[in-house]
Write a protein that binds this ligand. Sequence first.
Ligand code: AKG
Length: 331
Amino acid sequence: MSRIDGPLVWQALQSLREELDAAERDRIASHFAGQVRARGFAAPIASSPVVDSAAGVLAAEGYCSLASLLAPAQVAEVVRYFRERPCFNAHVHASSDKVPRRLGEGAEAFHYGSYALDDVVAAPFLVELANSPALLAIAERYLGCTPTLYSLNAWWSFPGLARPAKVSQSFHRDLDDFRFCTLFLYLTDVDARGGPHAYVRRTHRIDLLEQEMAKAAPGALEEVDPQLRASVAGGAFRRGQAYGLDPAIRQLFGHLADMIPGPAGSGLIADTYGLHMGIPPESGPRLIFWARYGLHVNYGPNAAPVEERLIASRIPWDDRARYINRALLRS
Ligand SMILES: O=C(O)CCC(=O)C(=O)O
């Protein structure tokens, strides 16, 4: 697809996603997955107790915690690598002012310091982790087809800002694809004050949401902001719509809202269509990495493809690997 057609198709699909309710979105996702399966890049899904259990929890709850994704020595190397590079003042590089800033030299004046895709790809261990058979198998189970790895990102969340960042430090839904899931890897230790990711379980699936809503106190939903109500009920919603720590979310779903701390090297895989947020860190900066798995090449705001050799030299490179990583590659 050309550099014009890619964004054009992405924008059209994005508008469609904003108009669909959760059930329609899911139906289209199944068609997409069927088309991908028909094109035959599937590998036999590696079945192991870890993969089976993580895929089951992800489907049932919306996220699954993952321990020991990287060893302490690997984490130290990754953190050292990023500390030596400039970062950019937004959650994703594409939304920043594109001014490189170093840690200790102005970067911390902003909520976020994210890295350019080339630097994320060149970081040690991360491309290998995102392409590990176990994570690909979990994503493949969840999506119903071979995943497309459409976004890699790493960023600092800095403490001490007067207000939380818009959207991402407020409960919100992501709308990247008709079905997708996100691996988050903590690269610093994250306790309750270290900026844990928070996720409202079961808000990723309309059937589960309906079950939870049926348990809500009579009238509880009427008090909720109409946009939030539509979203909570699995209806259409706008991208970028955020709900803060809306008391209604606490009232309706408090018992399902998990804060997810973990040591550096651990993480989670989540369907971030479900309500989620990053709690602003208080005790120190948090460094985190994501890898996003979806149904197709998703020319979202993160797209800035890298040279094939940067990835191909790192992992077993065959047709399937090229397919999975193609959104990240310059053609
Ligand atoms: O910072 C976090 O833990 C959450 C980031 C987030 O909300 C997102 O990537 O959509």
